[in-house]
Design a binder for this molecule. Structure first.
Ligand SMILES: *Cc1c(COP(=O)(O)O)cnc(C)c1O
Length: 412
């Protein structure tokens, strides 16, 4: 496209934009279980309205916009209240999970430098199932990544003993997920905490997808093991507002046990022509809308609203677990939250995945072992039966050799 020489009418431009979306996945109907967290029309409306209220304001300027600075403080304080943040714990809103993880790693590295661990040659130790954002950040900062195989017992949990063996004097961070994205399984954070304490290594819990889910599941009676700051060795956490926080996209939280750890995160600069500036996270300009929408959704839902939505998601996951088992699939490990992965012992799961895509279901896929993957939203309660019916038909088609050709399974 070339920029139009004369501007066009907004009405016409808007209509074209809506039409372009016609080829996208139909997530509004609930037939997508990745990328979008669908908490319903009412919450969508709150996100939209609250975002536009502060869309032009900039979180870079807390002196100019004390409103946003206070909303960010409130969001962090609500997060720490849910995740057993001790007195003095703190954090910041970032643009997303990758940003939160990058900043936690940068903070751990600068903490290591400040406390006498050697410069350069650093490494992080993480389970095979941890999110690729750690590798991306490690690539940026020239930190080595040591991925350690999971326990071989079918639990799909991180293996603390094997991870302990990978830690050395240059290790600046140990990672556990709550839960992992590929399998939806919560790593044994308490056991990782013992290793981190014994070796005096920074423990980060990646609760990007579970941080705003697990606390409410636990309130609803799910036996969620200790995974947050309740484990004393946990020094930092990432928790995405734009996932199960049901907030507008572009919002996550990075949290630290103490101000003393946090102070290694902000970047302060005065040695240039401009005014001295301090930024807490990777971003310069920070979209006010992402902050205000997060603050609004958390206030509108409250504990009771989140409990209700997460309860609905857990109930849907249990229904789908039972349904896929009845069809002969195996569920990987024991998922407790909104994610699950399952595979068939005899039938190619990638072929079933392709047949489901052909039926209009856009979900994710796990590579190790090859499995169908679901990240469920409250909306899926309405379509679980339709999903299972189509899954049964897709499985039968694959078994009979009449399914559509395999599609490429990838995230992006
Ligand atoms: C989504 C996710 C991330 C990355 O978050 P983005 O917001 O996509 O950058 C990191 N870890 C886990 C476990 C996730 O599910």
């Amino acid at each position: 496209m070339q920029m139009p020489a004369q501007g066009r009418e907004w009405k016409e431009v808007r209509a074209e934009m809506v039409a372009r979306g016609g080829k996208d996945v139909d997530w509004r109907s609930g037939r997508t279980a990745v990328y979008v967290f669908n908490a319903g029309e009412d919450i969508h409306h709150v996100q939209q309205d609250a975002y536009t209220l502060y869309m032009s304001e900039n979180g870079l300027g807390p002196l100019a916009f004390p409103s946003l600075a206070q909303m960010e403080k409130d969001v962090i304080s609500m997060a720490l209240g849910l995740l057993h943040g001790p007195e003095g714990a703190t954090g910041a809103i970032t643009s997303g999970g990758t940003d939160s993880i990058t900043m936690a790693m940068k903070t751990a590295r600068d903490f290591a430098r400040a406390t006498g661990r050697q410069h350069g040659g650093h490494n992080i130790v993480l389970p095979r199932s941890a999110h690729l954002a750690f590798d991306k950040a490690a690539h940026l900062m020239d930190i080595a990544v040591r991925r350690v195989p999971l326990k071989g017992d079918g639990s799909y949990e991180a293996d603390p003993a094997a991870m302990a063996g990978a830690v050395d004097a240059a290790t600046i961070m140990l990672v556990g997920s709550a839960p992992s994205f590929p399998h939806g399984i919560i790593d044994p954070i308490a056991a990782l905490g013992e290793i981190a304490a014994a070796k005096d290594v920074w423990l980060h819990v990646d609760a990007c997808v579970g941080g705003y889910f697990a606390p409410f599941a636990r309130m609803n009676g799910v036996a969620v093991p200790a995974f947050d700051f309740e484990v004393p060795a946990v020094r930092s956490m990432s928790a995405d507002l734009h996932k199960y926080g049901y907030c507008a996209k572009g919002a996550s939280t990075v949290l630290f046990r103490s101000e003393d750890l946090y102070r290694h995160m902000p970047f302060a600069m005065r040695d240039w022509s401009g005014a001295p500036m301090t930024t807490p996270t990777l971003a310069g300009t920070r979209p006010g809308g992402a902050i205000s929408a997060a603050w609004a959704v958390m206030n509108v839902l409250g504990v009771s609203g989140y409990r209700e939505k997460q309860g609905l998601v857990c109930a849907t996951r249990e229904r789908i677990e039972a349904g896929v088992r009845a069809l002969g699939f195996e569920v990987l490990g024991k998922p407790l939250l909104g994610l699950m992965a399952f595979r068939h012992p005899e039938v190619d799961s990638l072929a079933v995945y392709g047949a489901m895509r052909a039926k209009g279901w856009f979900t994710s896929f796990t590579a190790e072992p090859q499995s169908l993957h679901l990240m469920l939203s409250p909306k899926h309660a309405e379509v679980a039966d339709a999903y299972l019916a189509d899954l049964g038909a897709a499985l039968a088609d694959v078994k009979a050799g009449v399914a559509a050709a395999k599609v490429e399974a990838r995230y992006s």
